[in-house]
Design a protein around this ligand. Structure first.
Ligand code: ZN
Length: 240
């Protein structure tokens, strides 16, 4: 007897397999990263053809056949079609997708899943300035991993931070001038206050946020560096 189970997730990668099949990676709320194959979905008339595309969010019924997951049924919740209509939105959402591809493991991480979904919804449906969501998503992701760096105190000595602050890439946290070492890069006040505002504003409220022009890019550069130090790889960034 075949055992079927249902997972709720977003397709984060999709590759051709054999003549008409696709191999997909799903980032799911229940099981984290899940690989599955979708059979005969590449034809125009295929029943589940839109469920194989990246960004598709739905309930996937998986059957375990000889140790492999096969998708037998899909209930699409949202395919975020609007993302393909706006190049900036598409790039920003693609960065989030790339980040998830690089950090997801076969272990449930509901908070990361929720943030990812809120991010995609925000980019697709709300009028939020470019890169705000990506910054917010990264700050939240680091927090989720235990790097809560947006604080008022030096993470090494506990002293109250003054205007001169440094980001210690080695530990992924912010330190004071006395604790600064070779792995530190300075953070200016504009960048720090942008990080703070992004950290304190919910995804749903980001449309009301107005950061100093350019500070969102500075934040992203710092978050990008931090990501590289933490994971040893970089994500595809919407800025060059
Ligand atoms: Zn210190």
């Amino acid at each position: 007897m075949k055992v079927a189970r249902k997972v709720t997730g977003v397709v984060i990668s999709s590759k051709d397999h054999k003549e008409k099949d696709k191999l997909i990676s799903l980032f799911t709320v229940e099981e984290g990263l899940v690989y599955a194959s979708m059979r005969g979905v590449r034809g125009d008339k295929a029943k589940m053809k839109s469920a194989k595309e990246v960004f598709c969010f739905g309930e996937y019924v998986l059957e375990n056949t000889k140790g492999n997951n096969v998708v037998t049924q899909v209930e699409i919740i949202d395919n975020f079609y609007g993302l393909t209509k706006d190049i900036d939105k598409y790039y920003e959402a693609s960065s989030m997708l790339d980040i998830i591809n690089k950090i997801a493991t076969p272990q449930a991480n509901p908070q990361l899943f929720i943030d990812f979904l809120k991010g995609l919804r925000g980019i697709c449906y709300q009028n939020i300035k470019k890169i705000y969501i990506l910054d917010k998503f990264l700050i939240s992701m680091f927090k989720n991993l235990g790097y809560e760096f947006v604080t008022e105190k030096c993470s090494s000595c506990g002293a109250k931070l003054s205007e001169r602050k440094y980001f210690n890439l080695d530990i992924g946290e912010i330190v004071c001038p006395a604790c600064k070492n070779d792995c530190c890069v300075p953070i200016n006040e504009t960048c720090f206050s942008a990080l703070k505002l992004l950290n304190n504003t919910d995804f749903e409220k980001l449309s009301t946020l107005n950061l100093t022009a350019g500070s969102e890019v500075e934040c992203l550069k710092l978050l990008d560096k931090n990501f590289e130090w933490r994971f040893g790889k970089r994500f595809s960034s919407p800025i060059v």
